[in-house]
Design a protein around this ligand. Sequence first.
Ligand SMILES: Nc1ncnc2c1ncn2[C@@H]1O[C@H](COP(=O)(O)OP(=O)(O)OP(=O)(O)O)[C@@H](O)[C@H]1O
Ligand SMILES: N[C@@H](CCO)C(=O)O
Length: 326
Amino acid sequence: MPVGTPADSSVRGDRIPAGLEVLVEVPATSANLGAGYDSFGMALDIRDAVRARITPAPIDPEACVTVSGEGADVLPRSTAHLIHRVAREVLAARGLELGDRLELEARNVIPQSRGMGSSASAVVAGIAIADAIGQAAGCEPETAAGRLAWATHFEGHPDNAAPALFGGVTISFTDIGGAAQSVSVPVADGVRAVLIVPETRLDTAIARSLLPETVPHADAAANSAIAGLFAYAISHDPGMLLEATVDRLHQNYRRPAMLESLERVDALRAAGLAAVVSGAGPTVAVLGTGDDLAERVAAVLRGDPARILATAIAPVGVLTTVVDES
Ligand SMILES: Nc1ncnc2c1ncn2[C@@H]1O[C@H](COP(=O)(O)OP(=O)(O)OP(=O)(O)O)[C@@H](O)[C@H]1O
Ligand SMILES: N[C@@H](CCO)C(=O)O
């Protein structure tokens, strides 16, 4: 877990300006992208927005978060809310205690528990809010590596967090020192994504519990070749994306938990479209080119009730605006 260093060791909560307002906008993400289990990810042009405010006086810790849109009926309104919890923990590591003065207003559009990185987006929002508050209190900005380390600490794996932080298509890995790192891969002109989002939800923890402890060596070897091919196809030759998105590590093991999603993947791939399970599912992502990609997907899935969302790959990750420095 990273521990940010205050620029001045006397930095404490009383240095946080009352009235400070920060707006963060975080993209949805699609992880794995076929062969890149727990590694590949891409940012999507769909964003949750969170406004954070430092109140002049302490507020009720049971009612310090408002939520509209996705999850409004289930997410906590208290300091137990994921974004609140992340922001407080990151600030505490910098010696900054908020003392019940952080108010959040979340406007959510990213579908939750569907494989579109909603939890990573919430974690990244908390990290970005903490960083902006920390800087207003005199701390150094968090480094890119520090942000990714924090996100990995909360998420357990960096594949969704990296594109939510940095945008585009990312390849995350653990470096030889044991730290999460990521690199950005250029995306060839015209590559876009179509998401097929069902009403059903699947908890990532449940999807992960279906994976075996070990896989056959032949599968690992084939998967590593395809993972390398993906980096080439997405950046240089999108015509190879169908070949470059074959997975042998996770999708089939998870089939029992999302039969319809895997049927969609099979049907789309049989029609020549590069379809994969998005993250831990049950959303399906299709990568390809052409203005008519969504129509081609819809033609294969005719009569399917799942929502079809056409989106660009977002070139930038989380956006932070200090609205009022007070
Ligand atoms: N905007 C949000 N604000 C607060 N908590 C959230 C938010 N979005 C997601 N969460 C929390 O994360 C949980 C969903 O996480 P989960 O990892 O199961 O799915 P996901 O992140 O949408 O999918 P995936 O990781 O496969 O892309 C929600 O049940 C909720 O607890
Ligand atoms: N790589 C992760 C993404 C979802 O968090 C998984 O497939 O479980």
